[in-house]
Design a protein around this ligand. Structure first.
Ligand SMILES: *Cc1c(COP(=O)(O)O)cnc(C)c1O
Length: 407
């Protein structure tokens, strides 16, 4: 299989019924995104600026720079409309669907962040939107369900399996295969069959396109390293894309170390989500990649304190870049991420997403000398309930007391 592969990874491992859909999309990706047919790229840039608020700042973080003895710059994707980098991709794909003449959007969501970004983009561009979400996730992410409905999206509960992201993706792929005539599937990360990994990377590459220019302007040079957190890998691929050719720039993908890097063979549960660091080759959701699985090849249930990093697979291109030695995979555990969350909130006046807190936390383990760019993929307002609960349960030292109102 050679279409859309990255070394051993990627491809189009889909049932026959889905082939027409992925082929039509691959053709549209090539024409509109790569060749700017009908001015697609220009229109997308206009929406990202006027609706999304791009460019986002590259900000020198004074307290972090002081603490680590080298300059730390934050790429502020938390300031993008919607509060995370996810809108870059959602807006790109919903606009592409319009150029393709599709009137209906379907998308999966786990924690609800991608579903919300998609619902937002659909409301803005006036397209019908249906989101598939696992029953378990619906029950634990009520506010995001309401955000999606507020934007007039239909939210469909998926009851299969454990009722989480993996099942939601399968349900969305099925819908797409049945309704390909009028429907586009907006996938949420650099995963899935070709052309999704390449296309989502290209939509997110605006992060490093801006960051590289901003670094040269503000630092007068390229950074020593770029650090970004990896769930499915769209934030990392977007943060790295324009630095790949700059050999002097080290690239770190920070995964969720959860509670420990192990897999319980009996239960098929992994208390972490570090598929780059601890995964084995396998096929999931249409692509060959690194996966968390049992010795029998069963995909395991992963864990992270941050819902957005909690995925057993990872983008095929990122897996390949790790194999090549261009990207170094590292991991940070739940406690360290929570500590970094509080540190950034207290010292920099920024409440980071728990996902992004993993990237911040890695600075504590790293040994950099020069300026480093860390992508702050999102803001953490959505995580406050989890942070208060988990900080108390784990006795996180940096956490302020939240008990004042209940005494
Ligand atoms: C979804 C999400 C992530 C992880 O997804 P990727 O595809 O790896 O980028 C990271 N940070 C934030 C804020 C998210 O919402």
């Amino acid at each position: 299989m050679s279409v859309g592969t990255f070394g051993d990874y990627g491809g189009q491992y889909v049932p026959e019924a889905l082939m027409p859909a992925v082929e039509e999309l691959a053709d549209a990706y090539e024409r509109y995104v790569l060749e700017n047919e009908d001015g697609f790229v220009d229109e997308l840039r206009r929406h990202l600026r006027d609706f999304g608020g791009r460019p986002t700042p590259l900000q020198r973080a004074a307290a972090l720079s002081e603490r680590y003895g080298h300059d730390v710059y934050l790429k502020r994707e938390d300031l993008l409309h919607g509060g995370a980098h996810k809108l870059n991709n959602a807006l790109g794909q919903v606009l592409l669907a319009q150029y393709m003449g599709k009137e209906r959007i379907v998308a999966e969501t786990g924690a609800g962040q991608h579903g919300t970004a998609t619902a937002m983009a659909c409301a803005y561009l006036d397209v019908d939107c249906e989101i598939y979400m696992g029953r378990t996730d619906i029950n634990r992410q009520r506010p995001n369900v309401f955000r999606m409905r507020t934007h007039d999206a239909a939210v469909n509960a998926v009851d299969a399996g454990s009722g989480t992201l993996k099942e939601a993706i399968n349900a969305t792929l099925r819908d797409w295969a049945t309704n390909v005539e009028d429907t586009h599937y907006v996938i949420g990360s650099v995963v899935g069959p070709h052309p999704f990994p390449s296309m989502v990377r290209d939509f997110q590459a605006v992060i490093s396109e801006e960051a590289r220019e901003q670094a040269i302007e503000q630092i007068g040079d390229l950074p020593e390293a770029v650090v970004a957190c990896a769930g499915g890998g769209s934030n990392t691929m977007g943060s790295f894309a324009n630095f790949l050719e700059d050999e002097s720039v080290a690239l770190y993908a920070v995964e969720a170390g959860g509670d420990a890097i192990t897999v319980e063979e009996e239960t098929g549960v992994a208390p972490h989500s570090a598929s780059l660091s601890a995964g084995e080759d396998g096929v999931l959701h249409g692509a060959r990649t690194k996966l968390l699985q049992t010795e029998e090849g069963q995909v395991v249930e992963s864990h992270s304190v941050s819902a957005g990093l909690d995925y057993a697979g990872v983008g095929p291109e990122l897996a390949h870049l790790v194999d090549q030695g261009r990207v170094e995979p590292v991991h940070v555990d739940d406690d360290a991420a929570l500590t970094a969350f509080h540190r950034l909130s207290q010292d920099e006046g920024i409440i980071p997403a728990l996902e992004s807190s993993h990237a911040i936390a890695y600075l504590e383990d790293a040994d950099f000398d020069g300026p480093v760019v860390v992508t702050l993929s999102g803001r953490g307002d959505k995580d406050l309930d989890t942070v208060i609960e988990e900080s108390e349960r784990r006795d996180v030292a940096a956490a302020p007391s939240m008990g004042v109102f209940t005494e």
